[in-house]
Write a protein that binds this ligand. Structure first.
Ligand SMILES: Nc1ncnc2c1ncn2[C@@H]1O[C@H](COP(=O)(O)OP(=O)(O)OP(=O)(O)O)[C@@H](O)[C@H]1O
Ligand SMILES: [Mg+2]
Length: 483
């Protein structure tokens, strides 16, 4: 029988670790109980209200971890799961539970990590109470942006979601390829079925086959039990083949066969298994070039590329920056991680940076600033040097190319003159406005916002500068109205 006040459960073989967690939880008014693998887990379901959390640590053996995985899959999704570093669940089980795992805790236990987990649990419970589908707050982000590029992506998602067509998402690193894949699944008729991601580039080639197709007991050394592959796990749902460009050629052949025949065999078995899986693949690699180089099969490319979607780099949609920043800030606020704000000038300056790491880089920056200036206002001078120095890199600058060193700021005209016209053309007026705004901000910053001094640096009259600042929405009121 469940003691009514028990609110949290912890599965952890190491008695010392379990005790430590139970003490912390008790202190937080969350009386906890240690759970063993073979205990009657119905206690988790019989309470009036679902437990506040279930922590999964060490199970003791691979077989025990397997049983834990099975039990977890049967549990009510209302119970938020927290995975401890000692957890031995297999990656495919963790992937299947992804929507219910609110966070992972490194050991030994640190206050700062635990606090974050509690905030995420609160968010998870809020979402569920509001009837939102359970989801991992880190991974499922809205496709924020009003630029043409993002609108086009949204339209394409809408067009393709309801069909079963294979989709190939391409784009630079951090542009939101996984966000797009999850959106497609979410808007498809498969949304209640699993979305199973697999990173084809991160798994060693000799393990990828059994990861994708599963294996039978004894199929190879170490295959102690039979195991489902990702194709089986994704049955009726969506399989997300991430970093497909990194897949080895022999594996490409096997994948092509499955896509053609819609069936496969587990490693070590000759029994054919049929599945109904929608494939979304993603890559940052230029597959057309990879085909020319003999690194990617053309026939597989055409199979995957039924409906291509390209996620635009952030530098091509700088107008989305204010929206993205405000979205990221709101999210941090919801997660209880501070209520940071940015000045217009700071956002403006960020809009001119090259963003080689795209939205991921922006998200990291916002998080970092929220830690540095909790509840504060971030102005241009609070931004790390890199984001200030890059102010006027021309948009045509290739990703990864050397960026202008800070001292190059002294040569604005040479820099501006060196800008190359991109093939797709350029909005010259907007580009010039950006260059102008950046130089103005730098002059103001370096002259401590004394407008007269900045005007001198820019070799223009003070009133002209004030007028330009007003147009650009720059500066504090006293700068614009002062003598
Ligand atoms: N349009 C967007 N709106 C909100 N958040 C976004 C958007 N695009 C990307 N993100 C966020 O940026 C981060 C990177 O996105 P994602 O992992 O989907 O990129 P990716 O293209 O798959 O990157 P990589 O090639 O490095 O795997 C994530 O935190 C994601 O939530
Ligand atoms: Mg990705």
């Amino acid at each position: 029988m469940l003691v009514p006040e028990i609110r949290a459960f912890i599965l952890e073989q190491d008695a010392e670790i379990a005790l430590q967690f139970m003490q912390v939880l008790a202190y937080l008014d969350l009386p906890a109980r240690q759970l063993t693998v073979d205990a009657d887990w119905s206690v988790l379901l019989s309470a009036e209200e679902p437990p506040y959390l279930l922590m999964i640590g060490q199970s003791g053996s691979a077989a025990a971890a397997h049983r834990v995985g099975e039990k977890l899959c049967e549990l009510d999704a209302a119970i938020p799961l927290v995975v401890l570093e000692s957890c031995e669940l297999r990656p495919e089980i963790l992937a299947a539970l992804e929507n219910r795992i609110v966070g992972r805790l490194p050991l030994p236990l640190r206050h700062v990590h635990f606090e974050k987990i509690l905030q995420k649990i609160a968010l998870y419970r809020d979402n569920r109470q509001q009837g939102a589908p359970p989801r991992n707050p880190e991974l499922f982000r809205n496709l924020v942006g009003g630029s043409l590029g993002i609108q086009r992506v949204r339209n394409m998602i809408e067009m393709v979601a309801k069909s079963d067509a294979n989709v190939l998402v391409t784009g630079e690193s951090g542009t939101g390829k996984e966000v797009v894949a999850r959106h497609i699944h979410h808007h498809s008729t498969r949304r209640t079925k699993p979305f199973v991601p697999i990173n084809c580039g991160a798994i060693p080639p000799d393990l990828l086959e059994s990861e994708l197709f599963g294996h039978e007991k004894g199929a190879f050394t170490g295959a102690i039990t039979a195991r489902q592959g990702r194709f089986e796990m994704a049955d009726s749902g969506t399989l997300f083949l991430d970093e497909i460009g990194d897949m080895s050629l022999p594996m490409q052949v096997k994948l092509l066969r499955v896509l053609q025949e819609r069936s496969f065999e587990r490693v070590g078995s000759n029994k054919s298994i049929s599945v109904n899986v929608r494939i979304i693949a993603a890559t940052h690699v230029n597959l057309e070039q990879a085909i020319l180089d003999g690194r990617f099969r053309e026939d597989l490319f055409y199979r995957l590329n039924v409906f291509p979607i390209e996620t635009p780099p952030l530098r091509d949609r700088a107008e989305d920056l204010p929206l993205l920043v405000s979205d990221l800030v709101t999210r941090l606020g919801h997660e209880g991680r501070g209520t940071i704000r940015f000045t217009h000038a700071a956002v403006h300056l960020l809009g001119a940076y090259g963003w080689p790491g795209n939205v991921r880089e922006l998200a990291n920056l916002v998080e970092r600033l929220a830690i540095l200036y909790p509840h504060g206002l971030v102005d241009t001078h609070d931004l790390p040097e890199k984001y200030r120095a890059d102010g006027y890199v021309p948009p045509a600058t290739a990703v990864g190319e050397m960026r202008a060193p800070p001292e190059a700021r002294a040569r604005p005209l040479a820099e501006a003159g060196a800008a190359r016209l991109p093939r797709s053309g350029i909005d010259l007026k907007e580009h010039l406005t950006k260059i102008e705004a950046n130089l103005i901000i730098q002059a103001l910053e370096e002259e401590s916002w004394v407008v007269a001094h900045a005007a001198k640096r820019l070799q223009m009259g003070r009133t002209t500068l004030v007028e330009k600042m007003r147009k650009l929405g720059l500066g504090r009121q006293e700068d614009l109205t002062g003598p």
